[in-house]
Ligand binder design. Structure first.
Ligand code: 13P
Ligand code: SF4
Length: 308
């Protein structure tokens, strides 16, 4: 059995030998985050996948993220250490669902969250992440109906904020859904000095009591990190997946971060370990393949998003 230090050293060595880069999402385990070359939220990771000069991308995240990287960089070998690391939200809509929805609304523009399969992206007009969803929707021609999916909480937040004519698909993230308005209002009362930083996949995302409160802020993961760094406040309640706390505490050792609930863990992201990351590099497994016909269609909405 190798020690953690030996595993990390071997990962670094193989990375150099194979000209590989490790991309990791903030929800992965702390030790995986620490060995990554680039740590980011969904948007940052997509951008990095397009920019890297590495030959191999090892994607520490869930399957749709690795698939997106492969769509963006088809000439690179994209590996995911655990091929069945899935996402409850991405599973909430399939290509056939979306094709039917489009057929029922021929004038609508489909905006899909990046948390979707390549097949769904192939039926999408614009992709977005939680970082840029508002920007994407605000850039669409005025008066055009928007079909937004699959996350109902992010969709309703965007509808509330932009006032757009939007139909919203009814799926959600099982990790963020339990963050409701009562939980947030209780935290505001319990910590009267703290800002409460909330991911828009939370079910309180369109509750006016939350949105109109001066100490609540709705952000993507990168937005939460930015706010915590730039704010003069010393205490924050964090209403998102708990993996985010690792970087928040590293960036701001003098500040206090309180998770709004102790159960907000994406078990799929946590499937990635240092051991299976090393195995992925050693055996060059598991390679993500997107069929050419799907890739050619799926790249269009991703490119529109990245260009914004
Ligand atoms: P962001 O990375 O866009 O903040 O989204 C969070 C998420 O749930 C990713 O799966
Ligand atoms: Fe999917 Fe939710 Fe996990 Fe993100 S946190 S990967 S949306 S299940």
């Amino acid at each position: 059995m190798k020690t953690q230090e030996e595993i990390i050293n071997r990962i670094r060595q193989l990375k150099q030998e194979k000209n590989a880069v490790i991309l990791a999402h903030y929800y992965t385990r702390p030790e995986v985050q620490d060995v990554a070359d680039y740590l980011g939220d969904s948007l940052g990771l997509s951008q990095e996948a397009g920019k890297t000069s590495a030959d191999v991308i090892v994607f520490c995240g869930v399957h749709f993220m690795a698939e997106t990287a492969s769509i963006i960089s088809p000439q690179k070998k994209v590996l995911i250490p655990v091929p069945d690391a899935g996402c409850s939200l991405a599973e909430g809509v399939c290509g056939k669902d979306l094709a039917e929805w489009k057929q029922q609304n021929p004038d609508g523009l489909v905006v899909s969250y990046v948390n979707t399969t390549a097949e769904v992206k192939a039926y999408t007009d614009y992709c977005c992440t939680s970082s840029n969803a508002l920007k994407v929707v605000r850039n669409l021609p005025v008066g055009k109906k928007v079909l937004f999916g699959p996350d109902r909480n992010l969709g309703q937040y965007i509808r509330w904020t932009t006032g757009r004519d939007m139909e919203v698909w009814n799926a959600c993230c099982c990790v963020h859904q339990p963050i409701d308005a009562e939980m947030v209002l209780h935290a505001l009362e319990q910590y009267p000095e703290a800002d409460v930083l909330i991911h828009p996949e939370a079910s309180c995302s369109h509750d006016e009591r939350v949105l109109n409160h001066p100490r609540t802020f709705m952000y993507s993961t990168a937005g939460i990190l930015k706010h915590a760094k730039e704010s003069p406040k010393k205490q924050f309640v964090i209403a998102t997946e708990l993996g985010t706390l690792h970087q928040l505490r590293k960036d701001n050792p003098e500040k206090e971060f309180i998770p709004i609930h102790s159960d907000l863990i994406c078990t799929e992201m946590k499937k990635i370990t240092l051991e299976n990351l090393l195995e992925a590099l050693e055996k060059e497994q598991y390679e993500v393949h997107v069929p050419q016909e799907i890739r050619e269609r799926a790249i269009v909405p991703i490119q529109r998003m990245v260009n914004l």
